[in-house]
Structures are given as structure tokens and as C-alpha cells.
Design a protein around this ligand. Structure first.
Ligand code: ACO
Ligand code: AKG
Ligand code: MG
Length: 477
């Protein structure tokens, strides 16, 4: 990476080396509308997060509901059995009943939150600033009396009076909180103000470790987290796929890759990022948007002719980082934005050579067509029409193939089967036991159609691998 002033950013490398990731998918993430994980799903997600290498897991707010309590207890049990290494955190309001519930789980840490902006104090808590300070002191001390680690969260810290916030953090620290989360609850910080904010707080109230909890209401969450770490935050709250209240918080995958790209630091096992993406997509029921940075389907799909010509020459022309960094691959689509180089390369991949003159005519035809994305089959049809040559090898009868499919362990086999069933050319499908999960019989009039059907199958989310056999001969009984 050689952006202007990058060397200034690199001065903060050690801040990013020491920063810890706190994953809050099971607490903040479950506050996403429509998301409700089962206990078993939470255990699986917690295990996956631990394999990924996050330092802390905020497992839930036990006072919320019996199943939240049960899930936190079972995640703590996994920790005790050595199945999970990360610190386990239970969330709590600043009330004794919530703290008792959190303590009952035997989590490593209780995180107590209290809104500290005047808006929250007046409208929500109906407390004066002084009353709030004594509640914070009393509740942190109460949680400490259970012998656990305590984090205090200054909810809506980014809109609190700065001098009052200093008193809040001092009060929490002096009462025994060794970590304090400064929450940007409505996402109004920017990288610059976040940096200044954390620098100020670290200086004014030292001897406490600061967390940044940044919401994404203005699309700033990752950038705010960067600023906060540069300013001295030593933990960043993230969720898988950016889940959370309203539009969520810092997406784990985007933050981890941004740290890798800018500083060369692996905060987590990057090769497992897509696995956890799919797991949480499936259990949350929320698919990641196509254009989501890093993990969206289009993160490495190029389109404009100029771009494709660039990436064919050197992928770095239009990629901030190589897809292989997270086990993904690049591709490009063909439509009216395409140029000669893109079409030529696609045709060559299909084993078709055309003259320069033919190429120009094919391109012209593509530009007049109404296709939103041309499949290989569409492209070959246009090439045949333009050149007047049969570009498909002659076949006398239909082709048949058997495709053996292994479904990702985090995906329901039946849902993949349903999607495959809808593809033209798929004639039969069976769910099976053994090394593979599905066997599919495909028929197509020629190699190109067969390829298109197979490509469509391979493109279905949740398919881990396929093995295809072309049928040569058949004996009917
Ligand atoms: C910004 C964040 O995301 S912080 C995390 C927020 N988490 C949650 O809200 C977890 C899900 N919540 C719930 O299940 C419920 O709201 C519960 C169990 C916490 C409380 O339920 P209820 O007792 O029915 O209260 P209700 O939700 O109607 O109102 C919240 C009450 O908590 C109080 N409260 C809110 N935050 C806090 C706090 N940090 N500390 C102490 N009390 C608080 C409110 O003042 C209000 O009290 P009131 O009834 O005296 O006005
Ligand atoms: O506990 C925290 O750090 C954050 C609480 C929260 O979710 C928020 O303020 O948005
Ligand atoms: Mg939040």
C-alpha cells in the first residue's frame, strides 16, 4: 500500500498490533430486527469466533430472556472445558437484578452500561448527572463484589459533555472497572473526532483500557474504529456481517481486512472469514448485500471494459487487495460496458478464436443488446451470428452429466437442492449419504449449455465442492 501520507498512518502500527477484537454478534448482533439465534446456533457461532481468534466474546445480556441466560451459561461452560479460549462477557444494565443474572452465568466479565449524555440522563434515566455518578459507582462495585472483571460502558459517550464524561470514567475506574467502553451509540463520530476523543480521554483519565463501540448510522463505523485505535482505544467491538441495532456496528470482516491491508497485521485467521460470514448469514436469515465491502458477492467482480482490461493486465489496477487474501477469487461480467479485451479473453476461455474484425463486430452487437449480464451461452450465440461460423463443436445428441455436490456444513442441503432444482437443464436431484450430499443429473444440447448449467450450479451459495462426470454411454433395461 502506498497511499499519500501512508507513512504517517504506519506510525500507529503498534496500536493496531495491540488492539483486541471483541465480537458482539451474540449480543449486539441479536439486537438486529428479525434476528434470534437458537442456543445451539449461539454455541456454534461462539466456537467459530474462537477459532477465528477474536479475543473477547460478548455472549449476551442474561436478564433479557431465559434462553439468553442459558446460552451465556453454556458458552461459559465451553470456556471452562477448554473448548473456547476467548474472554466471555455478559452484558447488564446498571441494576442489581441484571448484574445478579450476569454473575449467575459465571462469565469472565460483566459489562455494565449506562447512558451518560444529557439526552439519555434526562429522558431515559430521569436522573441528574450526580445521581448517575453514584449509580455507576455503586453498580460497578456491586459487580466487582462477585469477583469478576468489570467493564463499564458509557452509552452515548460521543454525545456526552466531555468534562462530565471524564468524571464518569474516573468514577467507573475508581470503583473497579479495568475497561471502559466509550460508545458512539448513534454513529456520529468520524475518524478525526474519534482519534481526538480517545486521545483526550486516555490523557485525562489514564489507567483504564478503552473500548470503542461504533455504530454505522452514517457509514463511518470502520473509519471511526480506526480513528479510535489511533487515539488509544485498545479494543474494538465488531459483529459478524456488521449486525446490530438499526444498521449495526463495525463488521468484523471489514475491520480485520482493513487492518491487514494497511498494516500487514492478521488480527484473526483471515482464511476463515468467509466461513463465519456464511454461518451468520444462515443463522441470522440476513444475506450480506452484494456490494458489501470485502464479503459481498460483488467485492471482486469487475465490469467496465477499462477495468477489465486493467485487471487482465494486472489485478492491482482495480483491487485494493487480492481476493485470495480471504480465499476468494475474481471474475468479470460482460454487458454493454464491456471492451474488446474482456470479450476476447472470455471467448478464448471458451476455446474460441476470432479475428480482430470479428471481435469488433461482436462487441458492437453486445453494445446494442439488452442483456444485463451475458452468459457464456449468450456470448457464443452472438459470436456465431456475427461470424456466420458454427463455433460450438457439433454434437449429434444431447449431453448428460452427473454432478456430485458437497454442501458447506453450515448450509441446509435441502435449500441448496431447491435452488438447483430451479435451474433449466437439471433433470433429477437426490439427497444422499456419504462423501457427497447431493447427486444431480443434468442434460444439455451442447457443451456450452452444459457448461452454463454447471457454472450456475457452482455459483450457488453454500456449495463447498462439486465433482462432475460426463455420461459417455448408457444402457437402458
Ligand atoms: C445501546 C444498546 O444497545 S445498550 C443494550 C440494550 N439492551 C437491551 O435493551 C436488551 C433487551 N432489553 C430487554 O429485554 C428489556 O428492555 C429489559 C429486560 C432490559 C428491561 O425490560 P423492562 O423492565 O420491561 O423495561 P423497559 O424495556 O420497558 O424499559 C427500560 C427500563 O430500563 C431502564 N434502563 C435503561 N437503561 C438502563 C441502564 N443502563 N441501567 C439501568 N436502567 C436502565 C429504563 O430507564 C427503563 O426503566 P423504567 O421502566 O424505570 O423507565
Ligand atoms: O456496551 C457497549 O459497549 C455498547 C452498548 C451499546 O450497544 C451502544 O451503546 O450502542
Ligand atoms: Mg450498540
Amino acid at each position: 500500500m502506498s497511499a499519500p501520507f501512508q507513512e504517517e498512518l504506519l506510525r500507529y502500527k503498534q496500536n493496531f498490533e495491540r488492539v483486541k477484537l471483541l465480537d458482539a454478534t451474540l449480543r449486539e448482533g441479536e439486537q438486529t430486527p428479525g434476528v434470534s439465534f437458537t442456543i445451539d446456533q449461539k454455541l456454534e457461532i461462539a466456537k467459530k469466533l474462537d477459532e477465528l481468534g477474536v479475543h473477547m466474546i460478548e455472549a449476551g445480556h442474561p436478564a433479557v430472556a431465559p434462553d439468553v441466560m442459558e446460552a451465556v451459561k453454556r458458552i461459559v461452560a465451553m470456556k471452562k472445558e477448554g473448548e473456547i479460549k476467548a474472554e466471555i462477557i455478559a452484558h447488564s444494565r446498571a441494576v442489581k437484578a441484571d448484574i445478579d443474572a450476569a454473575a449467575e452465568t459465571e462469565a469472565d466479565r460483566i459489562a455494565i452500561f449506562y447512558g451518560v449524555s444529557d439526552i439519555h440522563l434526562k429522558s431515559k434515566h430521569r436522573k441528574t448527572r450526580e445521581e448517575a455518578l453514584s449509580i455507576i459507582a455503586e453498580m460497578v462495585e456491586y459487580a466487582k463484589s462477585y469477583g469478576v472483571k468489570v467493564r463499564f460502558t458509557a452509552e452515548d459517550a460521543s454525545r456526552a459533555d466531555l468534562e462530565y464524561l471524564e468524571q464518569v470514567v474516573k468514577t467507573a475506574r475508581d470503583a473497579g472497572a479495568d475497561r471502559v467502553s466509550l460508545a458512539d451509540t448513534v454513529g456520529i463520530l468520524t475518524p478525526w473526532t474519534a482519534k481526538r476523543f480517545f486521545e483526550h480521554m486516555v490523557k485525562r483519565v489514564p489507567n483504564v483500557e478503552y473500548d470503542i463501540h461504533a455504530h454505522n448510522d452514517l457509514g463511518m463505523a470502520v473509519a471511526t474504529a480506526f480513528g479510535a485505535v489511533m487515539g488509544g482505544a485498545t479494543a474494538v467491538h465488531v459483529t459478524v456481517n456488521g449486525l446490530g441495532e438499526r444498521v449495526g456496528i463495525v463488521p468484523l470482516q471489514v475491520f480485520a481486512v482493513a487492518v491487514k491491508v494497511h498494516f500487514g497485521i492478521d488480527k484473526v485467521n483471515l482464511s476463515k472469514l468467509m466461513e463465519v460470514t456464511r454461518l451468520v448469514e444462515r443463522y441470522s436469515g440476513l444475506e450480506v448485500p452484494y456490494n458489501m465491502p470485502v464479503i459481498g458477492d460483488y467485492a471482486f467482480i469487475h465490469k467496465a471494459g477499462v477495468h477489465v482490461a486493467g485487471i487482465l493486465a494486472d489485478p492491482r489496477t482495480y483491487e485494493a487487495f487480492p481476493p485470495e487474501m480471504i480465499g476468494r477469487s475474481r471474475d468479470y461480467v460482460v454487458d454493454k460496458y464491456t471492451g474488446k479485451k474482456a470479450v476476447k479473453a472470455k471467448l478464448e476461455k471458451l476455446g474460441i478464436k476470432v479475428s480482430d474484425d470479428e471481435l469488433l463486430k461482436i462487441l458492437d452487437e453486445i453494445k446494442r443488446s439488452r442483456y444485463k449480464i451475458l452468459t457464456d451461452e449468450n456470448l457464443v450465440s452472438i459470436a456465431e451470428k456475427v461470424t456466420g461460423r458454427a463455433l460450438r463443436p457439433k454434437v449429434t445428441e444431447k449431453l448428460e452429466a452427473i454432478v456430485w455436490i458437497k454442501v458447506d456444513s453450515n448450509t441446509f442441503t435441502s435449500s441448496v437442492a431447491r435452488k438447483i432444482h430451479m435451474i433449466d437443464g437439471v433433470k433429477e436431484i437426490a439427497e444422499v449419504t456419504g462423501d457427497y450430499d447431493l447427486i444431480v443429473r443434468v442434460e444439455a444440447p451442447d457443451h456450452y449449455m452444459l457448461n452454463t448449467v454447471l457454472d450456475t450450479i457452482r455459483g450457488i451459495k453454500g456449495i463447498e465442492s462439486t465433482h462432475t462426470q460426463i455420461v459417455l454411454k448408457k444402457m437402458d433395461k
